[in-house]
Design a protein around this ligand. Structure first.
Ligand code: RIB
Ligand code: CA
Length: 354
């Protein structure tokens, strides 16, 4: 089944799609925030922050900086939980650099001086989703990080389901992990929260799409294209190029994934994704498999009466294939477009004169 059939009407014919991101910015989260902030088909309502790639306060600073560059100082950013429900925080500096965003400050990017929204991330998410429900709208929630904020939101304020169109989360894998042989980083970082989100969404009737590692690495941008972006007049293009270039240098490759930005593309353009509705569980007890998304691809219709576990109650749309070039083109067309003059376009994070 293509995602278009699975997604149903994601709102695009009715105008820009309302979305909220939950991030651990993060080089590829930054790619996603740029896309969500600049694409005319999306209505970015808020960005909430959680510990993951970096400590949560660094995530807040990084996220505010990216939104400044995108000229979107109007988008509220809130600080969320500073560690997983049970596990300790385990930042991924080896992937994202010391500051979590490709060590861009030494490269001349000025960090934001804006303050975050005074509300906790869970409260901002609650307020945004309930306001949408009151207005007869439904928001697509896009978790791109460990799902600690989302688990607390759904268990504390289940009524927000009224304002939810769908949850499209970057996380998990049907086949191979990255943090461990079995587990993907976001789910591995906080497996309890991932399990709670799947259980709560199933109970609340909120559709879920899993944008996992099976598709995550496919939308890629070349180092040479990144160099073109870094030479562009727009701060958005220069930052986008720097994020790709950092990954190419860090991993000694000629191209790099747009990562989390692919999950935002899946909201914009579900036709680029091939999904199957499959039962999914989170492994919480395994020694070598803790944090694995156990995606049950057994043929449906067969009798699984012998299976003591039965089918997982959470049946979600699992992305198994993606048109990577299509999503990479969407990202490039958005971040590479010469922006219209914005009042605060890149004002606080314009590349400093060196
Ligand atoms: O496994 C990839 C995920 O972990 C991405 O969201 C990346 O930003 C990190 O959070
Ligand atoms: Ca992330």
């Amino acid at each position: 089944m293509t995602a278009e059939a699975a997604f149903g009407g994601a709102g695009s014919p009715a105008g820009p799609i309302p979305i909220v991101l939950d991030v651990d910015t993060g080089v590829d989260d930054a790619c996603a925030v740029l896309l969500a902030a600049r694409h005319p088909g999306l209505d970015l309502r808020a960005v909430t922050c959680v510990a993951g790639n970096a400590a949560v306060d660094q995530v807040v600073t990084n996220t505010l900086t990216v939104l400044d560059v995108a000229g979107r100082g109007d988008v509220p950013v809130a600080r969320g939980v500073d560690r997983p429900l049970l596990e300790p925080a385990r930042p991924a500096r080896h992937v994202h650099g010391e500051d979590g965003m490709g060590d861009l400050e030494p490269a001349g990017w000025v960090t934001s001086t804006r303050s975050a929204d005074p509300r906790h991330a869970v409260d901002l998410l609650r307020d945004v989703l309930l306001a949408a429900a009151e207005a007869g709208e439904r928001v697509t929630l896009v978790p791109l990080a460990p799902m600690t904020n989302i688990a607390l939101l759904l268990r504390t304020h289940p009524q927000v389901a009224r304002g939810l169109e769908r949850i499209v989360f970057m996380g998990g894998a049907a086949l191979v992990g990255n943090a461990t042989a079995a587990a993907e980083f976001n789910v591995w970082h906080d497996p309890e929260s991932a399990a709670i989100v799947l259980d709560a969404a199933a109970g609340l009737g909120v559709p879920v799409t899993m944008y996992g590692l099976d598709v995550f690495y496919a939308p890629r941008v070349s180092r040479s294209r990144a160099a073109d972006l870094m030479a562009a007049p727009s701060a958005v293009a220069r930052l986008a190029g720097a994020l790709i270039d950092f990954q190419c240098r860090r991993f000694a490759e000629d191209d790099a994934t747009i990562g989390d930005a692919g999950a935002v593309c899946a909201v914009l353009d579900p036709g680029g994704l091939t999904t199957r509705r499959l039962p999914v569980r989170i492994e919480l007890a395994g020694t070598w498999t803790r944090g694995q998304t156990v995606v049950d691809q057994r043929e449906t219709g067969l009798d699984h009466a012998h299976d003591p576990h039965g089918l997982a109650p959470a049946v979600i749309d699992v992305a198994l294939a993606v048109d990577g070039d299509r999503y990479a083109r969407t990202w490039l067309a958005t971040v590479g477009a010469t922006p219209d003059a914005q009042p605060d376009e890149g004002s606080t994070a314009r590349r400093s004169e060196r």
